[in-house]
Design a protein around this ligand. Sequence first.
Ligand code: PMP
Length: 411
Amino acid sequence: LSDKFAQKYKDDFPILNQQINGKDLIYFDNAATTQKPESVLDAVDNYNRTINANPHRGAHTLSIRATEAYENAREKVKDFINAEKSEEIIFTRNTTESLNLLANSMEALVEEGDEILISVLEHHSNILPWQQLAERKNLKLKYLYPDQNYRIQLSELREKLSEKTKILSISQMSNVSGVINPVKEMIELAHQNDALVVVDGAQGAPHLKTDVRALDADFYAFSGHKMLAPMGIGVLYGKKALLEELPPFLKGGGMIEYVKEQDSTYAPLPEKFEAGTPNVEGAVGLQAAIEYLEDIGLDKIKEHELELTEYALEKMGELDYVEIAGPTDLEDRGGIISFNLRDIHSHDLATIVDSEGIAIRSGHHCAQPLMKFYQLNSTGRISFYLYNTKAEVDKFIESLDKVREVFGYGS
Ligand code: PMP
């Protein structure tokens, strides 16, 4: 079932039909960025060939069409995460910008001595903005830690929440271990404690059917490029009342109501948070990507990814020199596996499998506190999406033996 499913869709992705270093490309770096199907490439191309104009600013026909294209994309994103209102969808460049926007604007909601809670598993983009806010306002930045099985328990959250906790910012899925956090329950607990919750959905939105209203998330951030859309388009969802309360982050054209010499008033949502000329072609591409994913169904894609994960974990488990840096069960996890080959640096591993046409990630995955916590210098990482197959996993497993041979270990 698995390979039949993937083969059918793989043909939609022209980039995957090529050889790298003389071998058929196997793309296993989907947690870093994903590839684009024809429908996304066509939507962007068509927009640029027939519509491109600066939206919101002109009365001419192309400008009106560009505005429509941009706003249609916003509607699509709204429905995709089941937000209530389209003004709650702010377009940004990526998850990083969405989180920076929040950490800057939320300064208005915190006071000296307040606490911000994040986890040690976070991506740097969900750490640095909060570190800086904590420094600016003299707040305490506290961390949640996982248990031996790589999971953050709700008891850990209960313990760390205090009367002073104003913000909890947590990832939906770890980009290193693939663990899915119990964000719904975490949000409930944080809300009982009157804290606001920011969800980093960079690895969640592409793979997990997400309903921000069912989660009751206050803010939710994600990136288009990790879900088949172009780079340079991201999303920040926020509850309308909260977004209205927050001051803008970037200032300039497109986000004002009136500008006088000494002061100005701001446009209503969502423009208040969208200063400058927006990435309309990116938004158009994101809309096409969402349509493509919804046609297949995120549930089906997740099932496929888990099948591949189970298969890869089983095959890797048979190799005594492979050390998995994450859970080996399938409970609450997505299609990401971090690992090491004993006595071989992950950069060497990645370079050697690349010579076999296999693209994997190596390094610290922008999660140095996590690496330190697990006493790892670096790991290799494979991450799956709808177009990957078991046959590709087989080739990857074969390539691991080759890596060992290059280093003279034999297989
Ligand atoms: N959070 C997580 C969990 C991620 O995996 C990533 C991307 N690796 C980011 C945030 C940052 O995303 P971007 O680089 O698109 O801003």
